[in-house]
Design a protein around this ligand. Structure first.
Ligand code: NAP
Length: 483
């Protein structure tokens, strides 16, 4: 069970409390399919209470009123607590999402601590500018916090993706209501207890667990919410952006992806294979910035397909608590069913399944074999749509222009990547790829200083980097007459 260290309650105004209705939701361990506990199932009254508590904290000015250096000190304490509590965070995130413990420790915990540290530094840089103007006036700008931020996050990286909103929002002096995905609420609740320990004032961060269609929707529509920071699917994001647009609220939209990974004929093949496999199996393929579409220069096509057929079945798939595991279960059974449907569709669409292509029967968990599918046409649904599982399609191309067209041909534009030893080509192709981030000769190189976010149906706005901090502020100009 998960509950020795976290409250399965809502965290509102610095208090742990049951939902207004008293409802509870099951939490399931995806590695066994078994219920491991319950958490509070919030309803609209709880969302209202959380927004009211956040607003009250904002008005009290105990957080925004601190200097950047004082806020930075507290954010550093959060980072320290994350590192000190790494074992418990790994345990919870692994139980909740099925993340392999070794990867969770290296990636989720470290990235979270680093984001708080980076945002602590940014908190101290937050300032305005003086503007020399041809008026007899002294003009300057101030960067002010927006107020109440509703952070709505998905199931696949619960900790990292909530941090990518909460850390910059807090650094800029905002207050937050966080709604984690209903399937994966545990790390959000544990973090609430760390925020308390770090000395973040009551009401500055509130966590409400429950369903998107009830409390997510309530937060989108709430007049007390000043910004929506959303990460999730393109379909829900489109809806969220339209609701926020009606109320003229600023939004950050981090949505779906279906990245292409291009291997040119001059690539270092051995290095490329490592990046290709990492790009599609990382987080069991539940990675918005994964590289599920492999485009290979025709002279290398048969070789790369053959190498993948040998190498992919060797990737260790298994129980998340086994330190050797690289690929764990998917986070919910419905995600495995979706992958099964896409692989069946690939077969109908003329795809050749090179390896994988089936579930793994292990302890009742939600496992699927890493799968490689060759020979699909570019307009097949399996190539065009986001599968969000451990599935790689492989297609050949003949020219650089064709590779770029194929890479850009889906509605998404979150990430893209290429393998080449030709430096000029690397820059030329990166320039043409429609994506928020382009990796050259590796995959998933991320850092809190490197902004990421999408174009086209992958959304807009950027997380990470100073760009994220700016998106949690509004600029006020002050012009003082000197007459
Ligand atoms: P999702 O179904 O869109 O859910 C995302 C969040 O929205 C969840 O907290 C969900 O709550 C909530 N939600 C659902 N309906 C809502 C509504 N009507 N109003 C407000 N909130 C609502 O996405 P997911 O399946 O969790 O995550 C996978 C998707 O996220 C993929 O498409 C992936 O590419 C994308 N993603 C993007 C990024 C990025 O940085 N661009 C990063 C990670 C994931 P419930 O879960 O409780 O329903």
């Amino acid at each position: 069970m998960f509950d020795n260290n976290i409250h399965g309650q809502l965290f509102i105004g610095g208090q742990w409390r049951d939902s207004d209705s008293g409802g509870r939701t099951d939490v399931i361990d995806p590695s066994t399919g078994r219920v491991i506990g319950t958490v509070a199932d919030a309803d609209v009254a709880d969302a209202d209470a959380a927004v009211a508590a956040a607003k009250d904290a904002f008005v009290r000015d105990e957080w925004a009123g601190l200097s950047g250096r004082e806020r930075a000190g507290i954010l550093h304490r959060v980072a320290d607590l994350v590192r000190e509590n790494a074992d418990e965070i790994v345990r919870l995130e692994s139980l909740d999402v099925g993340k392999p413990v070794a990867l969770c420790r290296q990636v989720d915990v470290v990235t979270t601590a680093e984001q708080y540290e980076y945002c602590a530094a940014l908190a101290q840089t937050l300032d305005g500018a003086t503007r020399k103007v041809p008026l007899n006036a002294f003009a300057y700008t101030r960067r002010e916090p927006l107020g109440v931020v509703a952070a709505i996050t998905p199931f696949n990286f619960p900790l990292i993706l909530s941090t990518s909103k909460i850390a910059p929002a807090l650094a800029a002096g905002n207050v937050v209501v966080h709604k984690p995905a209903e399937d994966t609420p545990l790390s959000a609740l544990f973090m609430a207890s760390l925020f308390e320990q770090a000395g973040i004032p009551a009401g500055v961060v509130n966590v409400v667990t429950g369903s998107g269609s009830v409390i997510g929707e309530a937060l989108l529509k709430h007049p007390g919410v000043d910004k929506i920071a959303f990460t999730g699917s393109t379909s829900i994001g489109r809806h969220a952006a339209s609701v926020a647009g009606e109320a003229l609220k600023p939004v950050t939209m981090e949505l779906g992806g279906n990245a292409a990974h291009i291997v040119f004929e001059d690539a270092d093949v051995e290095k490329a294979i490592g990046a290709i496999i990492k790009g599609f199996v990382f987080n069991t393929g539940q990675f918005c910035m994964g590289g599920p579409r492999l485009l290979v220069a025709r002279p290398l096509y048969d070789t790369i397909v053959r190498i993948l057929a040998d190498a992919v079945p060797e990737v260790p798939v298994g129980a998340p608590r086994d330190p050797e595991t690289v690929v764990g279960p998917m986070a919910a059974d419905r995600h495995v069913k979706k992958v099964e449907e896409y692989v069946a569709l690939a077969r109908q669409e003329g795809g050749r399944v090179i390896c994988g292509g089936e579930r793994i029967d292990l302890n009742g968990g939600y496992y699927y074999k890493p799968t490689v599918i060759a020979d699909l046409a570019n307009d097949s649904r399996v190539v065009q749509e986001e599968i969000f599982g451990p599935v790689l399609t492989v297609q050949p191309f003949d020219t650089e222009d064709e590779a770029i067209d194929m890479a850009n041909c889906t509605p998404y534009g979150l990430a893209s990547g290429l393998q080449t030893t030709d430096l000029a080509r690397a820059h030329r192709v990166a320039d043409k790829l429609q994506a928020g981030i382009v990796w050259v000769n590796d995959w998933a190189m991320l850092d809190p200083a490197i902004p990421f976010g999408g174009v086209k149906d992958s959304g807009f706005g950027r997380e990470y980097g100073p760009e994220a901090l700016a998106s949690y502020t509004k600029v006020k100009s002050v012009v003082v007459s000197l007459d």
